[in-house]
Design a protein around this ligand. Structure first.
Ligand code: BES
Ligand code: ZN
Length: 663
């Protein structure tokens, strides 16, 4: 793979081959050469921090914070040569399942004589690399694609001669790109057209765009996307909503974003407005139901703005994806990607929209600097999500969802090794996607709730709004948060700082004993009748379940013991038709109980569910439960054989080990 590489560079490349070594060199250089210029789009001089680049080298205890700002999941060298802008030009080839074209990267160097640009790639076919001084005349540039590191991919090292601040890479993705899913027409709602979508978080952007794939590096971009004429391309970017279908689409993103927010989808997509700056894209047959379910979106944006200041991204639209989307939602800027499993028909699952919208502040505006700091994105977002839900649907609903979240956190804490119960988690040598547990979400949220309760809502809200404003369009580490709290919240009442015990929250496993325990009045009643029913003192017909909300149903099903026996399962099923429930969350809890109880009448539904849905959170626990027994595992493998091809590569990667599947 080596092409025209000078000997000195080769030596460097070999040394940098080991990722750790590259990071070491990067950190070293960062300390000696502060980046002199703020990248394009920066709000303040010191914006767009890479792993510790721009700040003066800290001394004393802060050094630890600086050390932990190193991004272990990127081979890029933004401290020396930083990518600030991308111009993408890609054509989607559905027959080959590839994106093919070029990207022009605009560079900024800490010093003019730094000529080595390190990029992240994964499974990309690099067809050529050129450099330019003016963006018009291009000359061939030396490059080398390093060997592959598991889940990190291959570093691409490019020599950009002095003065050549544009690099063009001509490339092609692989059909197996981890960040893309290519769907056959049969996997869509309309069954007529193929579909493709990206999922870049955490480090999958590199599987479709060669880039500095670190959340500490921000870029603006333009894109031209060519597709079959019958299809529409959408991106997390500015684009004319619902323009004509031309097969040739252009996008711009003027606000600097981290690479994990790069997003593209192509399919038979129509658009329906929801409000003056909100709307939804979906396949035509799903559009009316999607628009009805998401009708409160505009109100949510207004509620979030009232709490945390102006929405920074212009429009807020959603894209309803086919059911194989491996996540519930993804906060792509201006265009949240969402699973259709939230279409319950009664708006009962739209806290997911509140969540992804909340990321417009926590994550997209103030971004976790490394994947160790993921809880800064998700814990803050879970907190903000519940505040939006409280503002729109009331405190009872927010309380119920907080309890449901708390209970899933307790289950994770029971199951995980101590080191994985820590907010500032150590992900060295691991796939950052492994950090996506309830710990960053729910423990992170509890810490903010604890701060809110300790300092009072008015003071805490003012601090949080300030945190978003101070960190807008920048990356933040956990150490940055500690500093900011000390300077801007704790000083208002220093005596309370000791009550908080922040270090324990951030660094210790489990929950500190000062953690708030969420409570819900409605759930207390559900628990009372559940206990009575389980003990036999309340008849099935006596359960007040017809009036239950989705959240109450979920709590009921989660609170049921695993040894009811088939007769009582049948009893419940006959009374409330649980096997036939269309609500994907309720069905999930019921099917989990069905597996635990070997309640066979639900098995056909279980198989249908697992084949139809690809959302990892809804299917993985079912496979895991099945895999606990020998015959269950056989059944699981049988279903997986039919379902696997329809799952996203990210879901496949999580499920293969559970079923002992060798791809
Ligand atoms: N940003 C996450 C999704 C994500 C995290 C993708 C890490 C890849 C790596 C998104 O905001 C999220 O948290 N989605 C949740 C839904 C939410 C309501 C908790 C999901 O997909 O389940
Ligand atoms: Zn999230």
């Amino acid at each position: 793979m080596r092409r025209c590489l000078p000997a000195s560079l080769l030596a460097l490349a070999l040394a940098a081959g080991a990722n750790a070594a590259a990071q070491e060199a990067e950190a070293d250089n960062a300390s000696r050469r502060p980046m002199p210029v703020a990248p394009k789009g920066a709000r303040r001089g010191a914006a767009q921090e890479g792993p510790g680049q721009d700040r003066p080298m800290p001394v004393g205890p802060l050094r630890r914070g600086w050390e932990s700002a190193r991004d272990l999941h990127s081979a890029a060298n933004p401290a020396q040569v930083r990518v600030t802008h991308l111009d993408l030009d890609l054509r989607a080839d559905f027959a080959a399942k590839v994106l093919e074209g070029s990207v022009v990267l605009s560079l900024q160097r800490a010093q003019p004589d730094l000529t080595t640009l390190m990029l992240d790639t994964r499974d990309l076919e690099i067809l050529g690399v050129e450099a330019s001084q003016d963006g018009k005349a291009w000359t061939r540039a030396a490059y080398q694609l390093n060997g592959e590191t598991p889940f990190l991919g291959s570093a691409l090292q490019v020599t950009a001669p002095e003065g050549h601040d544009r690099v063009r890479i001509v490339y092609r993705t692989k059909p197996s790109a981890s960040g893309l899913q290519w769907l056959a027409p049969g996997q869509t709602a309309g069954k007529k057209h193929p579909f493709m979508f990206s999922q870049s978080q955490a480090i999958h952007a590199r599987s479709w765009v060669p880039c500095q794939d670190s959340p500490a590096v921000r870029i603006t971009f333009t894109a031209r996307i060519r597709t079959p004429k019958a299809l529409r391309a959408v991106m997390g970017a500015q684009n004319p909503p619902a323009g004509p279908r031309t097969g040739d689409y252009r996008f711009t993103m003027e606000k600097p974003i981290p690479s994990y927010l790069l997003a593209l989808a192509i399919g038979d997509l129509d658009f329906k407005p929801l409000g003056k700056r909100t709307g939804v894209y979906a396949e035509p047959s799903m559009l009316p139901a999607a628009a009805k379910e998401l009708a409160d979106t505009e109100k949510m944006v207004a509620a979030a703005e009232k709490l945390y200041g102006p929405y920074a991204w212009g429009r807020y639209d959603l894209l309803m994806l086919p059911p194989s989307f491996p996540f519930g939602g993804m906060e792509n800027p201006r265009l949240t990607f969402a699973t259709p499993t939230i279409l319950a028909g009664d708006k009962s699952l739209v806290s997911l929209v509140a969540h992804e919208l909340a990321h417009s502040w926590s994550g997209n505006l103030v971004t976790n600097a490394t994947w160790r700091d993921f809880w800064l994105n998700e814990g803050f977002t879970t907190y903000v999500e519940r505040r939006i839900v409280e503002a729109i649907y009331g405190k009872d609903r927010a309380d119920m969802e907080a309890v449901l979240g708390y209970n899933t956190l307790q289950a994770d804490l029971k199951a995980f090794a101590p080191k994985d119960q820590v907010l500032h988690i150590d992900l060295a040598g691991r796939d950052p996607d492994d950090g996506m547990t309830e710990v960053p979400y729910e423990k992170g949220c509890l810490l903010l709730r604890h701060l809110e309760q300790t300092y009072g809502r008015p003071a805490f809200d003012a601090w949080l709004k300030g945190w978003f404003a101070r960190g807008a369009f920048q990356s933040r580490t956990t150490a940055d948060l500690e500093e900011d709290l000390a300077a801007n919240l704790f000083k208002s009442d220093p005596a309370k700082e000791e009550v908080v015990r922040l270090a324990e929250w951030i660094k210790a496993p489990g929950l500190p004993d000062n953690a708030p325990a969420p409570a819900s009045r409605a759930f207390a009643e559900v628990e009372r009748v559940t206990a009575a029913w389980a003990a036999g003192s309340l008849k099935t017909a006596g359960l007040p379940a017809r009036a239950w909300s989705t959240q109450e149903w979920l709590h009921f099903l989660e609170a049921l013991p695993a040894d009811l026996g088939p007769a009582r399962m049948k009893d419940l099923d006959q009374a409330f038709r649980l096997t036939d429930r269309g609500n994907a969350e309720i069905a999930h809890r019921w099917l989990l109980l069905a597996v635990k109880h070997r309640y066979e009448p639900a098995y056909p539904r279980l198989e249908k569910y697992l084949v139809a849905i690809g959302r990892r959170k809804l299917i993985k626990p079912l496979y895991e439960e099945l895999a606990k027994t020998a015959d269950g595992k056989l059944m699981a493998i049988d279903i997986y054989r039919k379902a696997r091809a329809g799952y996203h590569p990210i879901a496949q990667a999580s499920l293969d080990p559970i079923l002992g599947w060798k791809p």
